[in-house]
Design a protein around this ligand. Structure first.
Ligand code: NDP
Length: 251
């Protein structure tokens, strides 16, 4: 058990579904107080109820991570509810598939705002709390798509995920003065509702092509985020870790 997590105040953006729900669940199991920040209410409330039923502590704040006012209000609400902000898991993201030839500038901007600008906004809004505490942790959810691989229809997505890693390097240098680390998890193919749309046959083929012979579980990402957020990872900053079952290893 990573003893340093119990009682900590944790924001998980996009914590209502998929990977974010996995992160929220893993942190709650360790005794953290988890604020789930997402736009929609129903899924977030269901996740809060699931965590509470398992004996954990969670709450929900409606937030659009691409909007500065909304992010500031969400971070302030977390501090008010939980007495501060110790850990930020900036995870919310969208991945609409559209080929470059059909992509309009608004679609590009929407993905870059939700996936990349949001990292900046969420980190910026948390800085006063990290500064006051003299410590903090940030974990970004990036991807292998962009920094490592490409995928047709995801040029904007890949740019946003690579951009997060560029942001990470300088942010790590600047956050160090507040005793705060920032690192990124780069998931491979993780089994979420969104992926289920690809169909069972496609997913079986995909799993067979991965050295560890399965798709990732959302908790696999939660566990990596948990490590980065722990005291035990206190000397690691500005780094990224691929969690993909060996998918990107060369043959
Ligand atoms: P899901 O679609 O399952 O969940 C996305 C979450 O983000 C939801 O909670 C959604 O809630 C929230 N969200 C989306 N837009 C916003 C917004 N503007 N403001 C606040 N919350 C928002 O996605 P995944 O779990 O699959 O992906 C999560 C992250 O993991 C993303 O950053 C994605 O790029 C990354 N990733 C996923 C992989 C995978 O295999 N699934 C692989 C690699 C990376 P709501 O819509 O209610 O706002």
């Amino acid at each position: 058990m990573l003893t340093s997590i119990a009682g900590k105040s944790v924001i998980v953006t996009g914590g209502s579904k998929g990977i974010g729900k996995g992160i929220a669940t893993v942190f709650a199991r360790q005794g953290a107080k988890v604020m789930i920040a997402a736009r929609g209410q129903a899924a977030a409330e269901a996740t809060v109820a699931e965590i509470a039923a398992a004996g954990g502590t969670a709450a929900h704040t409606c937030c659009d991570v691409a909007d500065w006012d909304s992010v500031q209000a969400m971070v302030a609400a977390t501090a008010e509810a939980f007495g501060g902000v110790d850990i930020l898991c900036a995870n919310a993201g969208i991945f609409p598939q559209v080929k470059l030839v059909d992509m309009d500038p608004e679609q590009w901007d929407s993905v870059l705002s939700t996936n990349l600008k949001s990292s900046f906004l969420c980190v910026k809004a948390c800085i006063p709390y990290f500064e006051k505490a003299g410590k903090g942790r940030v974990v970004l959810t990036s991807s292998i798509t962009g920094p490592v691989t490409g995928f047709p229809g995801w040029a904007h997505y890949g740019a946003s995920k690579s951009g997060q890693l560029g942001f990470l390097k300088t942010a790590a240098m600047e956050l160090a003065r507040y005793g705060t680390t920032i690192n990124a998890v780069m998931p491979g193919n993780i089994y979420t509702e969104g992926l289920q749309d690809l169909g069972e046959d496609y997913l079986k083929t995909m799993a067979a092509s991965i050295p560890l012979k399965r798709l990732g579980a959302v908790e696999d990402i939660g566990n990596a985020a948990l490590f980065f957020a722990s005291d035990e990872a206190g000397y690691i900053t500005g780094q990224q870790i691929v969690v993909d079952g060996g998918q990107i290893l060369p043959e």
